[in-house]
Design a protein around this ligand. Structure first.
Ligand code: ADE
Ligand code: ZN
Length: 328
């Protein structure tokens, strides 16, 4: 069995960030928009650092204009994920990029994404669920309508609420209203922290927003007491090693904290974040973990079990995915 063939559960994928560059280039051409500045000569995404990555990401989003564009995007992304052996995936969806936070518009975008997801499930056997994500550097005033979109459309497909974006902007507590709004509506929560922020950012996020899962969280490694707290509470980290290494958020693969966090009893999972931006795939993540840390089929089965238990889907979906993992 190759790493590609291992059935995989991925919990941390930004839908727009997973857009194949050729897809965005094609859409730009169709719409007569010049996006040449965001592509390298060989057709990949071009950016210098994390701040520039966020700008390029948002430029790519300018050609994702209609629900039909998001339908096509979802299909393209799920075809690639299914080809990497992903059987269950949770994607971050942002009302900010889907109608600017307007609830009626958001419903149309979400319906298109869900329809594409259902079609992909029937055709490719991959299950997608959505997590509404506000964008930290857009500020708390944008987070509030995003939370309202999440609360009003939660159901079989739309499962949780979270936050991505630049951790250097504001404090986690600035977003407490949005997180409390989703929590009070019964939605599970996840929040990016400890990717660029230090261990104190992870601690502040746990204190002020109390998410069940943390996006990245890898910088917690510098605070042994915090690592112990994460392990005791069972907080799940959505670790994206290839993203961290490519962006320089951590050291190289041999220094990546995922193994030390796992050895300390923290629930870690493995995801790609924005795969074409970071020249990675779920298969490559597994290959690099095997090569770097000697992780084998039993380790990957255990990681997928942790991820499935931490998934925000309903019990019926979890049981169906569990059968796929067991069948392998
Ligand atoms: N949005 C897309 N990718 C991201 C990342 N790695 N960190 C924060 N926000 C993001
Ligand atoms: Zn992310």
């Amino acid at each position: 069995m190759t790493y590609r063939d291992i059935p995989k559960v991925e919990l941390h994928l930004h839908l727009e960030g997973a857009a194949p560059p050729a897809f965005i280039r094609g859409l730009a051409q169709e719409k007569g928009k010049d996006l040449s500045a965001i592509f390298t000569a060989d057709g990949g995404y071009a950016y210098r650092d994390f701040a520039h990555f966020l700008q390029v990401y948002e430029s790519a989003c300018t050609v994702l204009q209609t629900p039909e564009d998001f339908h096509r995007l979802t299909r393209a992304v799920l075809e690639e994920s299914a080809a990497q052996g992903v059987v269950y995936c949770e994607a971050f969806l942002s009302p900010d990029f889907c109608g600017g936070g307007d609830l009626a518009a958001w419903r149309d975008y979400l319906a298109a994404i869900e329809e594409a997801a259902d079609a992909a499930e029937a055709r490719l056997g991959i299950t997608l669920r959505g997590i509404v994500t506000c964008i930290r550097h857009f500020g708390p005033d944008k987070a509030r309508p995003a939370a309202r979109c999440a609360v009003e459309t939660q159901g079989r497909f739309l499962r949780g609420f979270g936050m991505a974006g630049a951790e250097t902007v504001g404090r986690p507590g600035d977003f407490a209203w949005a997180f409390d709004c989703a929590r009070e509506a019964g939605m599970p929560l996840t929040c990016h922290a400890g990717e660029w922020g230090g261990a104190e950012m992870v601690a502040d996020t746990l204190r002020d927003l109390a998410p069940a899962r943390v996006g990245h969280g890898v910088n917690a490694i510098t605070d042994p007491a915090l690592v112990e707290t994460l392990a005791e509470r069972g907080t799940v980290l959505e670790v994206c090693p290839g993203s961290n290494v490519f962006l320089g958020a951590t050291g190289g693969w041999p220094d990546h904290p995922i193994k030390r966090l796992r050895d300390a009893g923290v629930k870690v999972t493995v995801s790609t974040d924005d795969p074409p931006f970071f020249h990675t795939t779920m298969t490559r993540e597994y290959e690099m973990l095997a090569q770097t840390f000697g992780w084998d089929a039993a380790d990957f089965a255990a990681l997928n079990q942790v991820a499935l238990e931490a998934a925000f889907c309903d019990a019926e979906t979890r049981a169906a995915v569990a059968r796929k993992l067991e069948a392998a």
